[in-house]
Design a protein around this ligand. Structure first.
Ligand SMILES: [Zn+2]
Ligand SMILES: [Zn+2]
Length: 579
């Protein structure tokens, strides 16, 4: 979407929020208003109300909003002087707005009036409420939200709305939401028995079941197999470290309260690692390195820990223990280009396997040129690094779009954005140049002239956190994983008890795959249906005919068709799907 179109849509959405506030004030004249911004897919407005809202309130509020739209009311701007603004808000009892106005520059205070409704707001808005007549909008939910996002403040009631240019777009969005609910990884994770939570273990700490562990391990094997082809070696580091490690890396500052601190009675004090890079620098630092040794590439799939405040209950999207697939290359400046190109190839290989490559965008995240003080490192290093990433984008035809101010603290990066099956943007893989960390840890190598030089560190994430990635995959595939990722690849169903022995024989021949025999005393139809619900790629049914002919009857996921063939024929097909 173009920026201009985006801005127009945001204006429409935010204007709709004004009408929501106006409607609320009609219902509750004593309501105090918080903020009401445009957000993805719509808007919200926060209110301090005399009673708790119930879902039945939403249609009533919508009716009031519709009436305001019909009246074709203009949005009238009025610039107000600070003291006057305070006076107006005080008189109206709008304590929250009063708090906001105190933070505003005195010459930038504007009120917007729509009918009887007046709101402190900087705009912009649509010209008249009538512009919302053909738009598609709807109030969607009620939630709680702390004033200014701080737990120390009062909890307000937030009403969310969806808002689009047209009614058709709203309809599409609603259909997408229904689909998203069906695919919700929390729901499917339970149905497919992939992960669980325990009150005794604690919130935000998912436990992978045997089936979920298979998915995690298969992903890890896939990433590591690809990375090994590009010279990555696996390392393994402990979860703890002295805080000094993260003081040097800058992460102690960056994560502050989000660090978990661990101490023993014997006086040992550690923190749980919030990232993996600093540990890995110490493997590099353990030896003298020569220019001939570089590049040195390490990869690791391990847990890192962050005490994030907001926890999404029962889901994998926000957890305290995050399993991260992380990797770094320590290299010479003349090797950076090839290293980055290799990492892009790894990302391409991996996402091709998942079936997402091709439907992606790449962003070249560079400095905010007006504020060089926000970054670590010299101007020369930055110029060089940004130029290099641009060259790579051109040579590899990535079509990276430059985004100023999006670089990491220590260097520019290439970010990859994919679309999932529901059209949602997913930004995971990234390749980042880092000149600063090696200097902070005084990492060196000796060059041809025996001089001590700092290597460059290239960070890369392929799938990022396993938890987030598995949540994404569950929703992307709606639980119907590709064959190589499916926890159970084949379910064998003997028609009757007499076929159990033959079922075992077939399972043995298919031992290279993950096979389950369902010989429960349930009807054939029920067992087939359950295999379908579990989204097993192949279901094999074995009866008299199959046993006599030494064949198998196969049903492929998503089809009703049954095919009878020799076991060897199936193995041939499956071998191709696993490699
Ligand atoms: Zn406004
Ligand atoms: Zn890193």
């Amino acid at each position: 979407m173009s920026n201009e179109k985006n801005n127009r849509l945001d204006t429409l959405r935010h204007s709709c929020a004004h009408l929501l506030a106006a409607a609320i004030l009609e219902m509750f004249p004593e309501a105090k208003l918080g903020v009401g911004p445009a957000v993805d897919n719509g808007f919200y407005y926060d209110f301090d109300l005399p009673r708790t809202l119930i879902p039945e309130d939403l249609p009533l509020i919508e009716e009031k909003m519709k009436a305001l739209i019909k009246q074709d009311l203009p949005f009238e701007k009025e610039e107000v002087e600070l003291n006057k603004a305070k006076e107006l808000l005080e008189k109206a009892g709008q304590d929250y707005k009063l708090e906001l106005v105190k933070d505003l520059p005195a010459d930038e205070i504007t009120f917007y009036k729509t009918g009887n409704f007046v709101d402190l707001c900087k705009g912009p808005h649509i010209k008249s409420t009538k512009e919302l007549e053909n738009a598609g909008w709807k109030l969607t939910k009620i939630a709680g939200a702390y004033w200014r996002g701080s737990e120390e403040n009062k909890m307000l009631q937030r009403i969310y709305g969806a808002c689009f240019q047209t009614k058709d777009e709203l309809k599409q969005y609603e259909e997408m939401m229904i689909e998203a609910e069906k695919r919700d990884h929390r729901k499917l994770g339970k149905e497919l028995d992939l992960f669980v939570f325990s009150d005794l273990v604690g919130p935000g700490l998912p436990l992978y079941t045997p089936k979920g562990t298979i998915i995690k391990d298969e992903l890890q094997k896939k990433v590591e197999k690809i990375c090994r082809q590009y010279g990555f070696q696996k390392v393994s580091c402990p979860s703890l470290a002295k805080i000094d490690l993260f003081k040097i890396s800058g992460h102690a500052d960056k994560f502050g309260d989000e660090l978990f601190r661990v101490s023993s009675q014997g006086g040992l004090n550690f923190v749980l690692k919030p990232v993996q890079c600093p540990h890995q620098t110490q493997i590099y630092a353990s030896k003298m390195r020569s220019y001939k040794d570089l590049p040195i590439r390490y990869m690791e799939s391990d847990k890192q820990y962050r005490a994030e405040k907001t926890g999404e209950v029962g889901g994998l999207s926000r957890v305290f223990a995050i399993t991260v697939e992380d990797g770094h290359s320590f290299c010479r400046i003349d090797q950076v280009k090839e290293e980055v190109m290799n990492m892009v190839k790894i990302i391409k290989d991996f996402y091709s396997e998942i079936g997402m490559w091709g439907n992606h965008k790449v962003s070249l995240s560079v400095r905010d040129y007006d504020h060089p003080e926000k970054y670590i490192g010299t101007k020369e290093d930055w110029d060089h690094a940004e130029r290099m990433l641009e060259e790579i984008s051109n040579e590899m035809e990535l079509g990276a779009i430059k985004h100023e101010g999006e670089a990491a603290l220590y260097g520019p990066k290439l970010d990859f954005m994919f679309k999932d099956a529901m059209g949602r943007d997913v930004q995971i893989p990234t390749v980042q140049l880092d000149f600063a960390t090696p200097k902070r840890f005084e990492l060196t190598y000796t060059d041809e002239n025996n001089e001590s030089i700092s290597p460059v560190m290239v960070h890369r994430a392929i799938l990022g956190s396993y938890e987030r990635f598995i949540a994404l995959l569950i929703e992307h595939f709606a639980g119907a994983f590709p064959f190589w990722l499916s926890p159970t690849q084949i379910t064998i169903i003997p028609v009757a008890e007499v076929h159990n022995e033959y079922a075992k024989k077939v399972a043995k021949e298919l031992a290279a795959f993950r096979v389950e025999i369902d010989s429960r005393n349930e009807s054939l139809g029920k067992r087939i249906r359950e295999a379908e619900i579990k989204k097993t790629p192949y279901t094999i049914v074995l009866g008299d005919k199959e046993e006599n002919d030494q064949t198998i009857t196969i049903r492929t996921r998503g089809t009703k068709e049954l095919v009878t063939q020799k076991i060897s024929e199936l193995i041939e097909i499956l071998d191709e799907k696993t490699c």
